[in-house]
Design a protein around this ligand. Structure first.
Ligand code: TRP
Length: 374
């Protein structure tokens, strides 16, 4: 297919989304505006956020997203939390113990402070109408457009000649359905996900261009905005490289205090005994200081100053205490939740029921717009 599926405008924004610093600058500026608007009128916003259940959540998830979603919930924003089980089947590595992983994420969301009375936690596979949106949405994108998506492209380059599944190619479209089924207008994401948000905005716009309602001022789908976390602190693994379970460099939320101490003990540092915060020259030490700062609500520079000549040993001792102290209430709540699988099941069932209601209502609007209401 060489022609665009619809007569749409701004191809430039579409193809360059997320891969340059100007785009990132714009998204950061937009995020700051959004934060102010949310604080002023939280009831105007619905947040959709989600995790792929590929394993147990770690401190990167905790400081990078759980804390933020609880903050948004406390501001009074309607918060939808997706456990993206159908997204896991794009992976070549297989499903793994999917059920256990889903409940493990659910336990961490609740332990972190997500209140199932105020927020909705749900899974893809239980919400048929969400998945049905994928069909009309797929008709609005080209395969060339999907192959240009940086994440899909990286996956394609990574496959070593192995074939890529149709679901992997089209998962940005599925992600658009995740966001649009509930008409979320705010999506908290890391910058790697920006192209997906842009793709989602394009799909929302094209749907209305092609099928729009008689009243064009009331589009079926509002265009969502990415909310890039302003704290933005990117935590690395204990070896100073990107966190990855297979590298054994992550600290999981479900670990005990002893396991945490052991993981920190073997963290990589450097030969300079005098501790300074220098993310460029000393990324490993800086990372441990960053995590300490997040635990204590302090600037990493001031922690470095305090440790001074205390060396890596002093830094690790401080971090171990700070992290275990910070996670203690979370871990206690988590253990209680995991001990009560019936409760976890009831929370997920209620979340799925609410997500289904919302998805059915949206699908009805879509059917109406497409004149397929029989
Ligand atoms: N792809 C996201 C991740 O890997 C998870 C996700 C699935 C998501 N659907 C989403 C995020 C919709 C935001 C919006 O973390």
């Amino acid at each position: 297919m060489t022609s665009e599926p619809t007569s749409t405008g701004n191809i430039e924004t579409e193809s360059s989304a997320g891969d340059n610093s100007a785009t990132l600058e714009r998204s950061m500026a937009r995020s700051r505006e959004l934060e102010a608007a949310i604080a002023a009128e939280p009831a105007k916003f619905r947040v959709l956020t989600g995790d792929r259940p590929t394993g147990d959540l770690h401190i990167g998830h905790y400081f990078g997203s759980l804390v933020n979603r609880v903050r948004l919930q406390s501001l009074g924003v309607d918060t939808m939390i997706l456990i993206a089980d159908y997204q896991v089947i794009t992976d070549r590595d297989g499903l793994g113990p999917i059920r256990e992983r889903v409940y493990s994420i659910l336990a961490d969301d609740l332990a972190a402070g997500i209140d199932p009375e105020r927020s909705t936690i749900f899974t893809h596979s239980a919400v048929a109408a969400l998945n049905q949106l994928m069909l009309p949405f797929l008709s609005l994108v080209t395969d060339a457009e999907l192959r240009r998506n940086p994440t899909v492209k990286a996956e394609l380059d990574d496959t070593d000649g192995r074939p890529m599944s149709g679901l992997m190619l089209t998962y940005p479209v599925h992600q658009a359905a995740d966001i649009l089924f509930c008409k979320a207008n705010v999506v908290p994401v890391g910058k790697d996900q920006l192209p997906h948000i842009e793709q989602c905005r394009v799909i929302a716009r094209r749907f209305d261009e092609r099928y729009g309602r008689a009243d064009a001022s009331r589009p079926v789908f509002p265009a969502p905005d990415a909310l890039i976390s302003q704290g933005g602190a990117l935590i690395l693994g204990t070896d100073g490289t990107k966190m990855s379970k297979s590298k054994g460099n992550v600290i999981e939320l479900k670990m005990t205090a002893d396991e945490t101490a052991k993981a920190i003990k073997k963290a990589v540092t450097d030969a300079d005994r005098h501790i300074t915060y220098d993310p460029v020259a000393r990324p490993e030490v800086a990372n441990l200081l960053t995590i300490s700062g997040l635990c204590l609500g302090r600037a990493p520079e001031s922690i470095a100053e305090e440790i001074g000549d205390g060396g890596a040993g002093g830094l690790k001792k401080l971090l171990t205490e700070a992290l275990n102290e910070r996670l203690r209430p979370h871990r206690e709540r988590r253990a209680a939740l995991v001990a009560d699988p019936g409760y976890l099941e009831s929370v997920l069932a209620a979340g799925n029921a609410r997500a289904n209601q919302i998805a059915e209502a949206t699908l009805n609007e879509v059917r109406t717009a497409m004149k397929m209401l029989y």
